[in-house]
Write a protein that binds this ligand. Sequence first.
Ligand code: OGA
Ligand code: MN
Length: 284
Amino acid sequence: MAYETIEVRPIAGALGAEISGADLSAPLGNQVFAEIHQAFLDHQVIFFRDQTLTPDQQKAFTRRFGPFGETPFVTTLDDHPEIIEVVKQPGDRTAYNFGGNWHSDFSFQPQPPMATLLYSREVPPYGGDTLFANMYLAYETLTPGMKRIADDLIGVHSARRSYSPAAQYQHDQLSGMEVKTDDSAYATVEHPVVRTHPETGRKALFVNRVYTVGLKDFSKTEGAALLDLLCRHAERPELTCRFNWTEGALALWDNRCVQHFAVNDYDGYRRVMHRTTVAGERPV
Ligand code: OGA
Ligand code: MN
């Protein structure tokens, strides 16, 4: 599509585009918003730089896309129950970081968030990039045989690896965030391994290393082996892009067709992000 009010510059072959010409702190006109929404569908993850956003302004932009998603386990900002402050402190020298493995946000929910907005308030001098993977391409580039297998699979998703009480010690290593694990993390939901995007009609692979814990009607061993094949395929570098944050940047990604990974390579530096989500529908 031809954009008239914004500029859209792809950052990689697989997905991701930087948008310029929009000030997200002000109410957006319908045409600008329509073009941003189109760029989001066309590129799966879009990035804006040099934005100055208060929590209220980030929430107002988020609400243009729909109602907020639900935020379990992770303590939100006192005055803003819709915002998670993702923080790593200089003293947090730990192998664990928030979002530090391939995942689609909260895919353990019956209706996972359709989109996530992450706004950088403080960034390390180097590192702390976020990787994104195009799950449409992950599906489309499967071999015909694997496609046929994947088409019939049902994934079992659960928060247990991240948010069951056994994982509490990991969260406690991050001094700037509060996470309260509990037994509700053992609940499971089933989502198709290949889902159809409700807005584009394209098929996307919908499995991830963090929350997809098995496959319906397969043994633990079988499920783990098949999931590993699918995940390894989806994580190939040519299916990804990498965003290097600067202060005041905002990433907006589509959890229905993107998974992401926060790189933990900036020990000794602070990184602070504000995260909001937009509610989604049950994957089909
Ligand atoms: C998240 C997440 C990635 C990052 O907030 O859901 O995965 O780079 N964050 O902080
Ligand atoms: Mn995430």
